[in-house]
Design a protein around this ligand. Structure first.
Ligand code: G3P
Length: 217
């Protein structure tokens, strides 16, 4: 399973990249707003830190406008994935960009039928928003399961990118179902390290080591 960081904060991305666990980054207009940085400059900086896919989202709603914005964004680096919304214009743009060899992340997916459409349009990634479905009383993970089933039925190579991840349990469930990628805020990725028995074990080993009076270096 690949891990993407769902953030546009450069310091966080640098730190995560140093763990060696980071396979890519996803951004969206909200995350760019939160980071406070210039969109193109921020994405450019991220592509220098992370060599995996870096998603950058268009904001135009029509195909021609999306293509104009995608032209700017895909010039930043070959590993930029253009993020388009799951609309007819978004999928038309997806088809065109994929024909040119550009990676495309189809975002704002809330149903398995939408995911089927994105796969037929040749999307590199489909982004089902798990947390936002949970927010409205639907089980977001059921959507990941349905998409996995459908994509496997037809051997679609579109990668399922579980998005809107809100907890380490979401990460675990997405991995059990077989999502290809999960994108999560830095906090959630770091929470995956946590276990009290690990902390207790370190404390107890350290205490016993000190009692030996020895040093390794
Ligand atoms: O990758 C999409 C993600 O950023 C949406 O997350 O928490 O705003 O629903 P959230």
């Amino acid at each position: 399973m690949k891990f993407f960081a769902d953030t546009a904060v450069i310091d966080e991305i640098k730190e995560l990249a140093e763990t060696g666990l980071l396979d890519g980054v996803t951004t969206n207009p909200t995350l760019i707003h939160k980071s406070g940085g210039d969109f193109v400059e921020t994405v450019t900086e991220i592509t220098k830190i992370v060599q995996g896919p870096v998603s950058a989202e268009v904001v135009a709603l029509d195909h021609d406008g999306m293509m104009r914005e995608a032209e700017v964004l895909r010039k930043i680096a070959d590993h930029v994935a253009i993020k388009v919304p799951l609309t007819p214009d978004g999928l038309k743009t997806c088809r065109k960009l994929r024909g040119d060899g550009t990676m495309v992340n189809v975002t704002l997916c809330f149903s398995a039928n939408q995911a089927l459409l994105a796969a037929k349009a040749g999307a590199t990634f489909i982004s089902p928003f798990v947390g936002r479905l949970d927010d409205v009383g639907q089980n977001g993970m059921d959507l990941i399961s349905d998409i996995r089933l459908i994509y496997d039925n037809y051997d679609y190579d579109t990668q399922i990118l579980a998005a809107s991840i809100r907890s380490p349990v979401h990460m675990l469930e997405a991995a059990k179902i077989g999502a290809d990628v999960a994108t999560a805020p830095t906090k959630i990725l770091m929470q995956m390290f946590n276990h009290p028995l690990t902390d207790n074990g370190i404390a107890s080993f350290l205490k016993d080591w000190q009692a030996t009076g020895q040093k390794i270096v």
